[in-house]
Every structure is written in structure tokens, then in C-alpha cells.
Write a protein that binds this ligand. Structure first.
Ligand code: IMP
Ligand code: MG
Length: 183
């Protein structure tokens, strides 16, 4: 039987390592936003696992909401055209918004989302990204919370996809070159 785990060459972050990273970010957020009205905004679809684990480690009250964005381009990189395909469901005026993202790559997605949300007049907007690829940045944007930096590698799992596949892997891995070719 085909097991998609066989397509993974190297494990980049194991479940145990993810648990450690995510819990420490959650702890930091809980301290930084103490006494503030915190709204976590999950960027669909890639951030679902990160978001659901992260919120378990946040010990202060918070609201959650969802946004969806699509960027067009090749399978492993965006070309800059970002479209927002799902808007928030509540008014964020006066809220301290923390955008929860899977990976910050060229930065175009988060740049667009930040500009879009700023028009709604929140009290503050910050970014929390599990992974960051600073060497690939093409616009100026940075995150307040970063789980870990990634070199110029394409990773999948824990919400991250390659052509909509591998999101359900519980860890983050690097695809074998054959897996990219054979799809
Ligand atoms: P950006 O707009 O170039 O920053 O792209 C961000 C989006 O590209 C992320 O939300 C991911 O959906 C996707 N992406 C970038 N790098 C990777 C990767 O290594 N694996 C899976 N998706 C990625
Ligand atoms: Mg994404």
C-alpha cells in the first residue's frame, strides 16, 4: 500500500521538536499579550495544524478567526499575485491581531494580508510564523514570532503542502526528488 511517508527523504522537524517549538511560542505570546484583547488569525490552509497546537499553549483568553489567501505561480514558489479568498468573520477594530502563518517565504502573502487587515483598524498587527525563509524575501516584512529558520528548501507536512498533498503528515519533512517528479 502506498504510504506518503515514503516520499519524505529527511525529517526536518519531528513531532517532538514541533511540540517544543510551538509550546515555547505559545508561552511567549501569553506573556506578551497579558491584559490585551488578542485575536489569532489563522491563514488557511497551511496554518491549521500550527494554529490548533499553538492555541492550546496560549494561556490567556483569545478569539480566533480565519483568512484564506492564494498566490499564483509554480508549485513551489509564488509569483507575487496574492488573492484573498476568504475574509474574517468579525470586526477587528480595537483588537490586537496576531496573524498565524505556516511559512514566510517571499513575504508577498503576508505583506498583502497585513495591508488588508490594517484597513480594518485593529489596535495592533503582528505576525507569528512557524517557519521563516529569510533568504527568499522579496518584499520587506518580518515576523514578531518565528519558530525556526529554513534554508532554501521546500518542506511539507504539518499543514504545509506540495500541490495540496502532504498536509496531513504530523511532522515536517523534505520531499525526495523522486516524489516531486512522479506526482
Ligand atoms: P510567500 O507569499 O512567498 O511568502 O509565500 C508564502 C506561502 O508559500 C506559504 O504560506 C506557503 O503556502 C507557500 N510556501 C512557501 N514555501 C513553502 C514550502 O517550503 N513548503 C510548502 N509551502 C511553502
Ligand atoms: Mg500557505
Amino acid at each position: 500500500m502506498y504510504n506518503m511517508r515514503d516520499d519524505i527523504g529527511e525529517i526536518f522537524y519531528s513531532e517532538e521538536q514541533l511540540e517544543e517549538i510551538v509550546s515555547s511560542i505559545g508561552k511567549q505570546i501569553s506573556e506578551d499579550y497579558k491584559g490585551k484583547n488578542l485575536l489569532l488569525v489563522c491563514v488557511l490552509k497551511g496554518s491549521i495544524m500550527f494554529m490548533s497546537d499553538l492555541m492550546k499553549h496560549i494561556t490567556i483568553p483569545c478569539k480566533i478567526d480565519f483568512l484564506a489567501a492564494e498566490s499564483y505561480g509554480s508549485e513551489t514558489r509564488s509569483n507575487g499575485e496574492v488573492k484573498i479568498t476568504k475574509d474574517l468573520s468579525s470586526d477587528i477594530r480595537g483588537w490586537n491581531v496576531l496573524i498565524v502563518e505556516d511559512i514566510l517565504d517571499s513575504g508577498r502573502t503576508l505583506k498583502k494580508l497585513t495591508e488588508f487587515l490594517r484597513l480594518k483598524e485593529p489596535e495592533s498587527i503582528e505576525i507569528c510564523t512557524l517557519l521563516d525563509k529569510p533568504s527568499r524575501r522579496s518584499v520587506e516584512i518580518s515576523a514578531k514570532y518565528i519558530g525556526s529558520e529554513v534554508q532554501n528548501q521546500f518542506v511539507v507536512g504539518y499543514g504545509l503542502d506540495y500541490n495540496q498533498k502532504y498536509r496531513n503528515l504530523p511532522y515536517i519533512g523534505i520531499l525526495k526528488p523522486e516524489a516531486i517528479e512522479k506526482r
